[in-house]
Design a protein around this ligand. Structure first.
Ligand SMILES: [Zn+2]
Length: 52
Protein backbone atom coordinates (compact mmCIF):
# COMPACT_ATOMS: atom_id res chain seq x y z
CA UNK A 1 0.00 0.00 0.00
CA UNK A 2 2.28 2.74 -1.20
CA UNK A 3 -0.23 4.60 -3.30
CA UNK A 4 -2.46 6.20 -0.71
CA UNK A 5 -4.49 9.17 -1.80
CA UNK A 6 -6.68 10.90 0.74
CA UNK A 7 -4.17 10.38 3.54
CA UNK A 8 -1.34 12.06 1.72
CA UNK A 9 -0.34 15.54 2.82
CA UNK A 10 -1.61 18.04 0.32
CA UNK A 11 0.87 19.44 -2.12
CA UNK A 12 0.67 22.25 -4.59
CA UNK A 13 -0.47 21.13 -7.99
CA UNK A 14 1.74 23.69 -9.65
CA UNK A 15 5.04 23.73 -7.74
CA UNK A 16 4.75 20.65 -5.54
CA UNK A 17 5.25 22.45 -2.24
CA UNK A 18 3.70 20.74 0.76
CA UNK A 19 0.62 22.59 1.93
CA UNK A 20 0.32 21.30 5.47
CA UNK A 21 0.92 24.73 6.98
CA UNK A 22 -0.15 26.89 4.09
CA UNK A 23 -2.93 29.13 5.30
CA UNK A 24 -3.25 30.81 1.93
CA UNK A 25 -3.73 27.64 -0.06
CA UNK A 26 -6.41 27.42 -2.67
CA UNK A 27 -8.49 24.40 -3.55
CA UNK A 28 -10.22 24.05 -6.87
CA UNK A 29 -12.89 21.38 -6.98
CA UNK A 30 -14.53 20.10 -10.09
CA UNK A 31 -16.37 17.09 -11.38
CA UNK A 32 -14.66 15.15 -14.13
CA UNK A 33 -16.17 12.00 -15.56
CA UNK A 34 -18.38 11.72 -12.51
CA UNK A 35 -15.50 11.96 -10.06
CA UNK A 36 -14.79 14.84 -7.73
CA UNK A 37 -11.35 16.24 -8.42
CA UNK A 38 -9.62 18.55 -5.95
CA UNK A 39 -6.59 20.50 -7.04
CA UNK A 40 -4.67 22.33 -4.37
CA UNK A 41 -2.28 25.24 -4.66
CA UNK A 42 -0.04 27.27 -2.34
CA UNK A 43 -1.77 30.50 -3.15
CA UNK A 44 -3.37 32.51 -5.90
CA UNK A 45 -0.09 32.87 -7.76
CA UNK A 46 0.35 29.14 -8.23
CA UNK A 47 -3.31 28.78 -9.07
CA UNK A 48 -3.07 31.38 -11.79
CA UNK A 49 0.25 30.07 -13.05
CA UNK A 50 -0.99 26.52 -13.32
CA UNK A 51 -2.35 25.32 -16.59
CA UNK A 52 -3.61 21.82 -17.21
ZN1 LIG B 1 2.72 26.29 -5.38
Amino acid sequence: MTDSTDADPASCRHCGEALEDASSRRVVSSIEDGHAVHRQFCDDECLEAWTE
